[in-house]
Design a protein around this ligand. Structure first.
Ligand SMILES: *Cc1c(COP(=O)(O)O)cnc(C)c1O
Length: 453
């Protein structure tokens, strides 16, 4: 009998996050202050982030202990199962073994609370009373609402207007956990008021929502801080709990991955599963392939440029050395909302630049087809973001079949798609289209970066 799930007991849940910065062959260049262009310091970061998160952002320590209070909340859903996708393997008739980590079992339905919980914890410990953040489709906003609730923090979420109107369910999750969710742009901030005056019918943007959330936090230095759901080093650090668990569970399965795969928005679920395996490459001489999967419509890793860019639209974040399409790039309205970000985190960008990881872009009709096959063979309806990782795993498995090769594939199922059924409705109804941005379109927003640095 083949085992289907590899369940790590709570007593063996890893107790430290892994910081790849300790082992990466070339350090990423430093973040820069957008005004002075000098390297960002911890005290710069403390203006918007909790002190401990600012420290972690610049830390070079190899392992950082997970506080007991955070472990206690993690245990609501962690360790998450490692699952062998036996049904998918059969359907593909492949000699490959396919494993996935199911991050969809969290109360929020994705990997995002892995970082939301420690972010809320460190803010609470410092005496902060209110957190502000932005959210696109609502995954991150609901994760921070869940986490803030545990520590009695007020959470204020700026949700991009178009999603606020079209996707009420995650907003209702936020409200259920006691958070306030605004339709951004609001009249509460200068950035919001200006945007509404310029275009009263604006549908909002993620960049603008970030500006609103940061502005609100800066108004109240005593009691309020801002939280971010991806891109920055401390967020990727917190997500490494996934890869650390996966290493132990792959041992239980008596298997080792030849390739590790994750979808990429800002890079947190990908970094989370990949970094502990990259440690094995860097420190133990293993040669595990690591693949980041992006939508063909937002191809920052495969077609972007490697240079400094800001993380938001308005320039409140530091300049980050990244693969980027330019912060003014407007991705088409694909359903994998979590992957519509213009850049990738600094560590991931450096790894790609130095050839330690691979990147691939996949069109959304192929990813949704993979998602439907996965639902029909493994039962779980995956988040549209996660279908990118599934589609890449299927490509690998089919290649193994053609080449008659045993290969072991591990991917991160970053979330379930039960609240994203609209994407499935579109796909099943044959309404979904692929979109590939032209070279000119990318060049337009990339060229504008020359003014940055
Ligand atoms: C937010 C999100 C992503 C993309 O964000 P990363 O930080 O790159 O992981 C992927 N999958 C799901 C389910 C998400 O909610």
């Amino acid at each position: 009998m083949k085992s289907k799930k590899f369940i790590l007991p709570e007593s063996q849940m890893p107790t430290a996050w892994y910081n790849l910065v300790a082992d990466i062959p070339h350090q990423p260049r430093p973040y820069l202050n957008p005004d002075t262009h000098s390297p960002i310091t911890e005290s710069d970061l403390r203006l918007i982030l909790a002190d401990e998160l600012a420290r972690q952002e610049l830390s070079t320590e190899r392992f950082i202990e997970i506080p007991d209070e955070v472990q206690e909340i993690y245990r609501i859903w962690r360790p998450v199962p490692l699952v062998r996708a036996i049904g998918l393997e059969k359907a593909l008739d492949t000699p490959a073994k396919i494993f996935f980590k199911n991050e969809g079992v969290s109360p929020v339905g994705s990997h995002k609370p892995n970082s939301a919980v420690p972010q809320a914890y460190y803010n609470h410990k410092q005496g902060i009373r209110r957190l502000t953040t932005e959210t696109g489709a609502g995954q991150w906003g609901s994760a921070l609402s869940f986490a803030g609730n545990h520590f009695g923090l007020d959470v204020e979420v700026f949700m991009v207007r178009v999603s606020y109107d079209q996707k009420p369910y995650r907003r209702l999750m936020m409200n259920t956990w006691g958070a306030t969710c605004h339709s951004s742009p609001t009249t509460l901030t200068q950035s919001g008021r200006t945007a509404r005056m310029t275009d009263p019918h604006t549908t909002g943007s993620l960049g603008l929502a970030i500006s609103e959330a940061v502005e609100r936090a800066l108004e109240d230095p005593e009691g309020t801080r801002y939280c971010l759901g991806s891109v920055m080093n401390h967020v990727l650090l917190h997500q490494t709990i996934t890869g650390e668990e996966a290493i132990l569970q792959m041992q239980m399965a008596d298997a080792e991955p030849d390739v590790v795969i994750g979808c990429i928005g800002g890079g947190s679920n990908f970094g989370g599963i990949a970094f502990p395996f990259l440690r094995q490459n860097f420190c133990e001489g293993k040669q595990i392939r690591v693949v980041a999967v992006e939508p063909e419509s937002c191809p920052k890793l495969t077609r972007g440029t490697f240079q400094y860019d800001i993380g938001d639209y308005s320039g409140y974040t530091p300049l980050i050395p990244m693969y980027t399409l330019g912060h003014e790039f407007q991705p088409s309205a694909i359903h994998a909302g979590g992957l519509r970000y213009h850049g990738a985190g600094a560590i991931i960008s450096q790894l790609l630049h130095d050839g330690h990881i691979e990147a691939t872009a996949i069109p959304q009709t192929e990813t949704m087809q993979a998602g439907v096959l996965f639902a029909r063979t493994e039962g779980i309806i995956p988040a549209p973001e996660s279908t990118h990782a599934i589609a890449a795993a299927i490509r690998e498995a089919l290649r193994a079949k053609i080449e008659g090769r045993n290969t072991t594939i591990l991917f991160n199922l970053s979330g379930h798609g039960t609240i994203d059924l609209f994407a499935y409705e579109q796909y099943l109804g044959g309404h979904l289209q692929d979109y590939i941005p032209s070279d000119e379109e990318i060049a337009r927003t990339v060229q504008r970066l020359e003014q940055i640095i």
